[in-house]
Design a protein around this ligand. Structure first.
Ligand code: SF4
Length: 290
């Protein structure tokens, strides 16, 4: 079995930065309670590790004790939520990825310039809720099929940003559809560099690979997008959210396997998958992989 690892494996710099900040806070202030509204990143292994270190993850503002510290997750948060937290006298620690903060600023600027705001992304995703929460009345769209003339009646100028982990080709198709309806469209491509690099690498995986494993959580948008892109290749593609499931994959001993991961997948899960693939090979052929 020949295993090739993606050049862009494990955490992106934004996730790494947020996790380092949270871990430092927890370690330097033992006994102090830190809250987070929603999940820091979409990976249950990472979440459980941090919960075990004392981080409290809650869904409702009312679940937060007075006087506590609240960490804003890497996906960011709506402006009103941050204002509410501050008004309650809570200590707000902003761990929003800088690339997401840029999207917040871009959409605010578009509205100031008179554009009707459109966000390409998944309704309900934490990052998209945070972006929409910087302005009033943004339209959120996810596919060209959702774009109809009725949605833009009386609108002459549309300004578009896109969720940082969205698939670029799909975003461009949506932009083209809006351009066919609205006279003036300004599109700011806010898909982040780490996402672009990962998507391009998966799109360019040579066809001589027999299997592609995408390691990451099913709740992670960027992991699902990589899986979708990989599914367009010749190879058989598996999304691995639990390394143990690799034991049951039917991968013949002399296969070429490409291993990639989402931006919120810890390195130890990737190492475990690779170790299980190695073990499979050794137990089936007695050889080590090249
Ligand atoms: S995927 Fe991009 S926007 Fe999201 S945390 Fe990573 S670097 Fe930041």
């Amino acid at each position: 079995m020949h295993i090739t690892l993606s050049k862009n494996i494990s955490y992106c710099f934004g996730v790494k930065r947020t996790l380092t900040l949270v871990q430092e806070l927890l370690q330097e202030n033992p006994g102090k309670t830190y809250y987070m509204l929603g999940e820091i990143v979409h990976n249950e292994y990472v979440i459980n590790d941090l919960k075990n270190q004392g981080l409290r993850i809650v869904r409702e503002l009312d679940s937060i004790q007075n006087g506590s510290s609240v960490i804003i997750q890497s996906h960011g948060a709506p402006k009103k939520l941050i204002d509410d937290l501050k008004q309650r006298g809570l200590d707000v620690i902003d761990a929003t990825c800088p690339m997401v903060t840029v999207i917040h600023k871009k959409i605010v600027r578009l509205v100031q310039e008179g554009y009707f705001p459109v966000i390409i992304g998944k309704q309900g995703h934490d990052e998209v809720r945070g972006i929409a929460g910087q302005v009033l009345g943004a339209l959120i769209v996810r596919s060209p099929g959702e774009i109809t003339a009725e949605k833009f009646v009386g609108i002459a100028k549309v300004g578009i940003v896109v969720q940082s982990t969205f698939i670029r080709a799909q975003a461009l198709a949506i932009v083209e559809k809006i351009k066919s309806i609205v006279p003036e469209v300004k599109f700011i491509d806010t898909i982040c560099r780490p996402t672009t690099e990962r998507q391009e690498e998966v799109e360019n995986i040579p066809d001589d690979f027999d299997y592609i494993l995408i390691i990451g959580s099913r709740t992670s948008a960027n992991t699902r997008h990589l899986f979708k892109l990989a599914s367009g290749k010749e190879a058989t593609v598996h999304l691995v959210d639990d390394p143990e499931t690799v034991r049951d994959l039917d991968i013949p001993p002399h296969s070429h396997v490409f291993v990639a991961s989402g931006a919120s997948t810890p390195l130890y899960l990737i190492e475990k998958v690779v170790a299980l693939l190695e073990h499979k090979k050794i137990s089936e052929t007695g050889e080590k992989s090249g």
